[in-house]
Design a protein around this ligand. Structure first.
Ligand SMILES: Nc1ncnc2c1ncn2[C@@H]1O[C@H](COP(=O)(O)OP(=O)(O)OP(=O)(O)O)[C@@H](O)[C@H]1O
Ligand SMILES: [Mg+2]
Length: 241
């Protein structure tokens, strides 16, 4: 039996005196799209920050690719194979699309490999290829989301963590971004994504977890969660078929 690519093990997280995670445990199997659902302030973004080493847990462990990465500095975690598409995308607005893209390869030094990956990634995102010289800050929200995903791919990650990738996008871009997440996954990249929109996320995911005030309230294969009345009542307005 192979170990999961990512495992959070009994994580307790705190901001000062406030506890955000309570014995949070979850696994992300290699090759899958796993979504973490939950309402506002349930601790979703903090889970992402914990994986990326941006928030150190009070107790518990983060395992990635067989190694304990708890407490490692973020650049080392990224070099070990984790890419990030953070909340609100964190692009460098005054830099061009191409400069932003290449920032995603800053941990690498293999120039021919970087050039080949740039070409491969732009193949997935033809819209960005047309806009390489445009300043990132002048692009639409959907285009910026694509750039954030493309930038993450430039690090050749095994796993990409995404925090609300569809937030604030028009319906057309929401569909496009979801398709791209699936395309990236088909290329062999494992995806761990946070979403508030349960039906969208479960529509493309293999497995899902529901976080409620820092605890896993529910988990299961995405198809089963979509049918689960508890999910429908809490997150799909009770109306989904
Ligand atoms: N840097 C911080 N300092 C203090 N408290 C924080 C900090 N970041 C988050 N929190 C608190 O921790 C709790 C969980 O926040 P988190 O951002 O993980 O939730 P979330 O599920 O991502 O919420 P949202 O759906 O609004 O994005 C919230 O109550 C939040 O106010
Ligand atoms: Mg959040």
């Amino acid at each position: 039996m192979s170990a999961p690519l990512l495992r959070l093990e009994a994580i307790n997280s705190f901001y000062g005196p406030v506890q955000v995670h309570f014995d949070l445990s979850l696994v992300v199997e290699a090759g899958q799209i796993v979504c973490l659902l939950g309402g506002n302030a349930s601790g979703k973004s903090t889970s992402m920050k914990t994986v990326l080493g941006l928030q150190r847990p009070g107790s518990g462990k983060v395992w990635f690719d067989g190694a304990d990465i708890t407490g490692l500095p973020t650049p080392r975690i990224i070099r070990s194979g984790i890419g990030s598409v953070p909340e609100a995308r964190r692009l460098f607005g005054a830099m061009t699309v191409r400069e932003n893209l290449l920032m995603g390869a800053y941990t690498r030094s293999d120039k021919p490999g970087i050039a080949a990956d740039e070409d491969r990634v732009l193949g997935l995102f033809p819209r960005l290829r047309e806009r390489l010289k445009q300043r990132a800050g002048t692009m639409s929200g959907g285009e910026q989301q694509m750039l954030a995903m493309a930038r993450a791919l430039m690090g050749r990650p095994k796993l990409i963590c995404m925090d609300e990738p569809t937030m604030g996008l028009s319906p057309l871009f929401v569909d496009r971004v979801l398709e791209l997440i699936q395309a990236i996954n088909r290329e062999g990249v494992t995806i761990f994504m946070v979403e508030q929109n349960a039906s969208l996320a479960l529509g493309i995911a293999h497995y899902g977890y529901v976080l409620q005030t820092g605890r896993i309230a529910l988990e299961g294969p995405a198809a089963a969660l979509l049918r689960d009345p508890r999910i429908r009542d809490a997150y799909l307005g009770g109306a989904a078929a």
